[in-house]
Design a protein around this ligand. Structure first.
Ligand code: S3P
Length: 450
């Protein structure tokens, strides 16, 4: 299956200049973590600006199954009453994480050292994604996992009854694996240590400290970190304010660069350096992005972005920058299609195991809109056609992947003949307001054959 039960195709048409100050929804990574840490704390956690999208709402439901109280107030503030570290109740039903790799991997970490047994599953896309990467370290704590061959969902995890602390070097640069290990380490004695050869997003470390855990972070090698967590902390409910998601902001940001005459302001976008690679690369390609008003809000750097339509030139991205923009390669590939010259992106192996095989899906999509490209195991080369040279006109297969759908809709806003995507249903997993928000800025979307 590569679409939802009721596929919702949509065509993006060459649009007039985009203008405005769109409201970007809350960060997905921080939203998952705010709910999970709230559920592992004693007392009340309040969350303002939570991303109310499919992936995060599934995490909220799973936490309720495990005994936490998770409610949304009429003031849009979410309130969580936690069960404390190690306090999860055994769920009486299967825990369904829908489309969300972050949700299921983090929750398997949190369950791995709790004295309960739980069965995890997800949708057709999530059931294809590798879980061995989290099960390997979680088994070292003493957890036992039984799943399908290759560690695929559905799988049952029996939490360790006498957990031991773990020192683990990440074999792949993954914040989800790092976070699963740290969450398991909360209910283990002594110190749990993670060595990451390349720094990945650090929201878990920041939030551990925010909720009262003791975490030390040291540089490791050229670009890595060693993170050590002291087990059995007393986590206490805290207020969390979720900043807008830079991975969602990336779509209107690139749309404004590509649609001639556009000018947008994006307020309070999170600029955490472990997430900001796309802005660095787009600026290098010649994009006009002005960052103003940089400040710290709730422990994260945020800033306002002023972006205007710009001519782009091709570039090369090195593997070192990939973790800080891992979710942004589909939209960067679209930007590269509208650049003068060739763009080469390196270090993309992890794209093979996202909501779809994103490297293959992006390459196929580029072909469908008339762009010459070459793909290797972990790299992609895109021959740009310049600001007004992308033919478009094709129908792009989205493979149950929200970011493929949004990226190629953005391409359609500036391509000569527009672009159709086969299914927009999965956009609601991360950005339910994407289509009306873009329309308000001036984007033209039509139901095909309507
Ligand atoms: C995430 C980590 C990344 C990213 C995902 C969110 C997180 O996945 O692609 O969208 O919140 O920890 P990996 O850990 O697989 O790189």
């Amino acid at each position: 299956m590569t679409t939802s039960a009721n596929p919702q195709p949509l065509t993006a048409q060459k649009s007039r200049p985009l203008a405005g100050n769109p409201q970007i929804p809350g960060d997905k990574s921080i939203s998952h973590r705010a709910l999970i840490f709230g559920a592992l704390s004693v007392g009340e956690t309040t969350v303002e600006g939570l991303l109310e999208a499919g992936d995060v709402l599934n995490t909220a439901s799973v936490l309720r199954e495990l005994g936490a109280t998770v409610d949304r107030g009429s003031d849009a503030i979410w309130r969580i009453r936690g069960v404390g570290v190690g306090g999860f109740a055994e769920p009486s039903n299967v825990l369904d994480h829908g489309n969300s790799g972050t949700g299921v991997r983090l929750m398997m970490g949190a369950v791995a050292t709790a004295p309960i047994t739980a069965t995890f599953t997800g949708d057709a896309s999530l059931r294809k994604r590798p879980m061995r990467r989290v099960l390997d370290p979680l088994e070292r704590f003493g957890a036992e996992a039984v799943g399908r061959r290759g560690g695929l969902l559905p799988l049952t995890l029996k939490g360790a009854t006498n957990p031991v602390p773990v020192t683990y070097e990440l074999p792949v640069p993954s914040a989800q694996v790092k976070s699963a290990v740290l969450l398991a380490g909360l209910n283990a004695p002594g110190e749990t240590t993670i060595i990451e050869p390349e720094a990945t997003r650090d929201h878990t470390e920041r939030m551990l400290r925010h909720f009262g855990a003791e975490v030390t972070i040291a540089a490791a090698g050229k670009a890595g970190r060693t993170i050590t967590l002291k087990g059995y902390p007393m986590l206490t409910g805290r207020p969390v304010v979720v900043p807008p998601d830079p991975s969602s902001a990336a779509f209107p940001l690139v749309a404004a660069i590509l649609v001639p005459g556009s000018k947008l302001t994006l307020s309070r976008v999170m600029l955490n350096p472990t997430r900001a690679g796309l802005i660095t690369v787009l600026k290098r390609m010649g994009a006009s992005i002005k960052v103003t008003n940089e400040r710290i809000e709730s422990g994260e750097t945020v800033g306002d972005l002023e972006v205007t339509a710009s001519a782009l030139r091709g570039t090369t991205t090195e593997p070192e920058i990939a973790p800080s923009m891992i979710d942004e390669f589909p939209i960067l590939a679209v930007a590269a299609a509208f650049a003068e010259g060739t763009t080469r992106m390196n270090g993309l192996a992890e794209l093979r195991v996202k909501e779809s095989d994103r490297l293959a899906a992006v390459a196929a999509g580029l072909g469908q809109i008339g762009i010459t490209h070459r793909m290797g195991d972990d790299w992609l080369e895109v021959d740009g056609r310049g600001a007004d040279g992308v033919p478009g006109g094709g129908r792009v297969t989205t493979h149950m992947d929200h970011r493929i759908a949004m990226s190629f809709l953005v391409a359609g806003l500036a391509a000569r003949q527009g672009v159709t995507v086969d299914d927009t249903a999965f956009i609601s997993t991360s950005f339910p307001t994407f289509i009306p928000m873009m329309e308000k800025l001036g984007a033209i979307f039509k139901r095909p054959n309507a």
